[in-house]
Design a binder for this molecule. Structure first.
Ligand code: ATP
Length: 228
């Protein structure tokens, strides 16, 4: 793509539970790094997500696994940002809008902030706290994910999304407010499936997680007794 020297600093942001981080997360980040060529990839593990039941791995374990999965990230600077974990530890509810506002304060008004999500999150977007305000702080990028049909997004989200669609070049060159949909990703893995297969000692887990993360999970006996 035509990256211009005038383009502002760009952060590609990936939030999630990462319980545990898997090859779907890595593929999503890699793919969007190839498209957007950001200056940083910022991974923001959730504290205690309000839309999900309790996580299995501790925050410390999830951060350790993220460090192993993304170590020596070749594309750009890698930051694992624990702001949501810190808020949860202080018993403060954490919403993506607040996280992105904090990031905007840190990176300044000009920076291009691109928040990445899989198709499952796009289908949920209308339930997010102050979801329409997200566009005033960041761009939103969604990638396809097997099992989730983006055509089934809430009509209000679809309308908002379509009127804001821009190219990756435009997204890279501006601060916020655009949407980009990438339909080429097709990595059929989820943390739920992975937790299940880890509990069952299914050998296919080797395809779903990096070997360092798998070693870590086994050394710390993390997903032996989880309810998936
Ligand atoms: P769980 O199964 O526990 O709900 P998950 O696999 O969806 O977890 P999360 O940590 O919740 O993983 O996901 C973080 C982000 O990565 C979300 O935006 C999610 O949509 C995206 N993502 C996860 N897996 C994939 C995948 N296979 N393809 C595309 N995006 C993905």
């Amino acid at each position: 793509m035509g990256l211009s020297s005038k383009d502002p600093y760009c952060a590609l942001v990936l939030g999630g539970s990462f319980d545990p981080v898997h090859t779907g997360h890595i593929a999503l980040a890699k793919h969007l790094c190839d498209v957007l060529k950001p200056d940083e990839l910022r991974i923001i593990p959730a504290g205690q997500p309000w839309q999900k039941s309790a996580l299995t791995a501790t925050s410390e374990q999830r951060v350790s696994m993220l460090k192993l999965a993304f170590e020596d990230w070749p594309d750009c600077k890698l930051i694992i940002d624990a702001q949501e974990i810190r808020r949860a530890e202080a018993h403060v509810a954490s919403y993506t809008i607040e996280t992105l506002r904090e990031l905007r304060t840190e990176l300044g008004a000009q920076a291009s902030i691109c928040f990445a999500m899989g198709a499952d999150q796009l289908l949920n977007l209308h339930t997010w706290h102050q979801w329409k305000d997200l566009f005033s702080v960041a761009h939103l990028c969604a990638a396809s994910r097997p099992g989730f049909d983006i055509n089934l997004a809430c009509p209000e989200v679809t309308k908002e999304w379509q009127k804001r669609m821009i190219s990756p070049q435009e997204m890279r060159a501006s601060a916020a407010g655009g949407t980009y949909l990438d339909s080429s990703l097709a990595v059929d893995v989820s943390a739920t499936q992975l937790r299940k297969e880890l509990k069952q000692h299914n050998p296919t887990i080797r395809l779903l997680v990096t070997h360092k993360v798998l070693d870590y999970i086994q050394q710390h006996s993390i997903y032996q007794n989880n309810g998936y």
